[in-house]
Design a binder for this molecule. Structure first.
Ligand code: OOG
Ligand code: NI
Length: 268
């Protein structure tokens, strides 16, 4: 699979989960802007057979290299950034939940999800937009997870799929600041994630980021129930050159920690 085919398939899955992303993209395009993707992010559970070590080979096969690890102790997450030397290839952010750090009750719910997954389902890159590979969890179990880890609840209900795409603010000609982008987003009636401030990071940290609050969608739970849950959001990132003049390629853990909250049920 070529990187173009890969990202096209991801975008299709993503806009179906986040119709706001299509609206925002069209708004910038109608203003004459070129919308370039800074990065795409995935979430998973640190459990066999769906942990980072099983998903990463598909990313490496597209020509990516692991750049840096990141730790989020309070959220019980770990992540890696990936970069490709292909011109205009978006960066990739892949995180996983350290399930064994959760309560035994939450860990048991998640282990039951992962136990549904046959290793053969991990063989092809399509697994990265395969969605929920297990039976729906109960609404009660969802409440248990959400109380402890919004991330856990998100993966358990939505499965494996892109969590967000990111507009490269560096590539916009007219709206050149993240705050300006957020104002355009709000003019469409969409909510912005203000956890840790509207714009996270700084030029000194070489990265400024902002995001929407995730769209919401009715999804299936056990016993034929459906409930509305947060799905996917759109991010906006502006990168700065380091002292050697090279554009910063990494992520900033303190900012990422707040960006994760774009799918929080309590905030939206
Ligand atoms: C990832 C949040 C972090 C970034 O760019 O720092 C992130 C997530 O919500 O899964 O995307
Ligand atoms: Ni991101």
């Amino acid at each position: 699979m070529s990187p173009d085919e890969f990202f096209d398939a991801l975008w299709k899955d993503y806009v179906a989960m986040a119709p706001q992303a299509a609206r925002i993209r069209e708004e910038f395009e109608s203003r004459g802007e070129q919308v370039v993707n800074d990065h795409v992010a995935f979430r998973t559970l640190g459990l066999e057979p769906i942990g980072i070590e099983r998903l990463e080979p598909h990313i490496l096969a597209l020509g990516y290299k692991q750049l840096e690890p990141y730790e989020f102790p309070a959220k019980k997450l770990r992540a890696f950034g990936y970069v490709s030397e292909e011109p205009n290839a978006p960066r990739i952010f892949l995180s996983e939940l350290k399930v064994d750090e959760l309560s035994s009750k939450s860990a048991a719910i998640l282990k039951e999800c992962a136990a549904w997954v046959d290793s053969s389902e991990l063989a092809e890159p399509e697994v990265l937009w395969s969605g929920r590979l297990w039976d729906p969890i109960s609404w009660d179990d969802y409440q248990t997870l959400v109380a402890e880890s919004e991330y856990a609840a998100w993966v358990a209900t939505l499965g494996l799929r892109p969590n967000h795409f990111t507009i490269s603010v560096n590539n916009l000609q007219k709206t050149t600041e993240v705050e300006g982008v957020l104002q355009v987003v709000e003019s469409l009636g969409l909510a912005v994630n203000d956890s840790g401030g509207r714009v996270k990071g700084s030029p000194e940290q070489l990265l400024e980021q902002g995001s929407t609050m995730a769209d919401k969608m009715e999804v299936e739970f056990a016993d034929d129930q459906t409930h509305e849950v947060p799905t996917c959001y759109y991010e906006f990132a502006k990168r700065y050159p380091d002292k050697d003049g090279n554009l910063f390629q990494g992520f900033v853990a303190t900012s990422a920690d707040k960006i994760f909250e774009s799918t929080d049920t309590k905030k939206s």
